[in-house]
Ligand binder design. Structure first.
Ligand code: ZN
Ligand code: ZN
Length: 129
């Protein structure tokens, strides 16, 4: 399995390093120590608020990988444009910020919880109107 970024084959001279965010493999040249061993695409995707222009140069694969980690389905997304929109709208949505503050194990409960709240709020609005 070669480096995600420059596709070099790993060897004694090109050590394999793993990005702690996406857990993909990079060579020591592409993933440097210091500042956390996060790869370039992950660093860009970790900026908040996320802007479309800042992720426009990322590879389709990086975007798909990111969305999959967030449990966002990329089915039906053919164009890179669609993936970009999906990333930006997901990251900047309130749901993502709430989930990010919690541990990964709480994600499922939180999902149900959030949709319950939405339903209640909706019912409340109807009541008020
Ligand atoms: Zn590399
Ligand atoms: Zn990464």
């Amino acid at each position: 399995m070669p480096c995600e970024s420059c596709a070099v084959q790993f060897s004694v001279f090109k050590r394999k390093r793993v990005c702690y965010e996406c857990e993909r493999y990079y060579c020591s040249g592409c993933l440097r120590r210091g500042g956390g061993a996060m790869c370039a695409p992950c660093r860009v995707l970790a900026t908040r608020p996320l802007s479309r222009s800042s992720i426009a140069h990322l590879k389709v694969r990086d975007l798909q990988c990111f969305l999959q980690r967030q449990n966002v389905s990329t089915r039906g997304c053919v164009e890179k444009d669609e993936l970009l929109s999906l990333c930006v709208s997901h990251v900047n949505s309130a749901a993502y910020r709430r989930r990010g503050a919690r541990s990964a194990s709480g994600a499922f409960t939180l999902k149900g919880f959030t949709s319950n709240i939405n339903e209640q709020t909706f019912a409340l609005y109807k009541y008020v109107a």
